[in-house]
Design a binder for this molecule. Structure first.
Ligand SMILES: *[C@@H]1O[C@H](CO)[C@@H](O)[C@H](O)[C@H]1NC(C)=O
Ligand SMILES: *[C@@H]1O[C@H](CO)[C@@H](O)[C@H](O)[C@H]1NC(C)=O
Length: 274
């Protein structure tokens, strides 16, 4: 009887732990990455030049296979990033924080900008998870540590490296889109603040254009003149960048109206007979 109870309790504990366990490496990771690689170089951006998809995959694995999944520092991806060849065009780099949805729609509609997810390396690994095992050169499909549990988590280190690379490659005008409907829009813990802004090169970047986007239904928490966005402007000034800052950009209001056409800000037809 006691044994059965212990057995049942143990089973329950296992089930609960099972439900709470961190997710492991994305299934079919290799097929996804290699497939995306050929898709990018053959159809999305054939002008990208020479890239060897199998070589990229092997360099990627070398960064973290056989290592403790909490001990993959950013520099372990150096080899991978030196293998990937892409020239980032000037005046197109778009950095953002807490505005992912609208940035993706904006970039898809206008084709004016390039986000990290549009770059070759960002496209290859976007929304995927991976980690290895300490003693064996194999992927761990059962569980990977969460981003927050250890500093040198393999996926976090990869995105730090990718953010450094992207910011360092930026030239000409750089655009930054921030969310004015939240406090701490330029958060200390964001990739934008902790990595990207620090890696912009004042010799290559001529100007930084900040655009503050408010959700149509508010609230308004920060603007070009208030909150953490002012800190961003101070940092840019200190580093010697020219900068601009825009609140309430018209095209970003109109873009939000596609999802919420009855909102008062969206009544563009008042003066027209439509
Ligand atoms: C701003 O952040 C809030 C909270 O995360 C989110 O609901 C909203 O969609 C964001 N606004 C924009 C314009 O991205
Ligand atoms: C962010 O960091 C800056 C400088 O390191 C500090 O002055 C500020 O108080 C921090 N803000 C928050 C919200 O932690």
């Amino acid at each position: 009887m006691a044994k059965t109870v212990i057995g049942v309790v143990a089973l329950l504990v296992l089930m609960i732990e099972g439900f709470q366990a961190d997710i492991g490496t994305t299934k079919n990771l290799q097929e996804i990455v290699i497939g995306r690689c050929y898709n990018y170089i053959r159809t999305i951006n054939p002008s990208i030049g020479r890239n060897d998809c199998n070589d990229i995959w092997l360099r990627f694995l070398d960064a973290f296979l056989g290592k403790d999944p909490c001990d993959v520092p950013v520099r372990d991806y150096d080899q991978l990033f030196s293998t990937v060849q892409q020239t980032i065009p000037c005046n197109k780099v778009l950095l953002w924080s807490k505005t992912r949805d609208i940035v993706q729609s904006y970039s898809a509609v206008t084709h004016r900008f390039m986000t990290l997810d549009d770059t070759f390396i960002g496209y290859l690994f976007n929304a995927l998870t991976w980690c290895g095992k300490k003693s064996k050169r194999e992927l761990d499909y059962n569980s990977c540590p969460d981003w927050s549990t250890c500093e040198n988590q393999p996926v976090a280190s990869f995105w730090k490296k990718a953010s450094e690379y992207f910011a360092e490659s930026a030239c000409g005008d750089v655009t930054v889109m921030l969310n004015g409907s939240i406090y701490n829009a330029f958060s200390n813990t964001s990739m934008l603040r902790s990595v990207e802004v620090q890696h912009l090169d004042p010799r290559k970047v001529s100007q930084v254009d900040i655009i503050v986007i408010n959700s149509l239904r508010g609230p308004i928490r920060e603007s070009c003149n208030s909150g953490s966005i002012v800190e961003l402007i101070q940092i840019l000034k200190h580093q010697g960048f020219r900068w601009t800052c825009t609140d309430n950009d018209k095209s970003l209001i109109i873009l939000q109206c596609v999802r919420d056409p009855n909102h008062p800000s969206c009544k563009i037809c008042n003066s027209m007979r439509c």
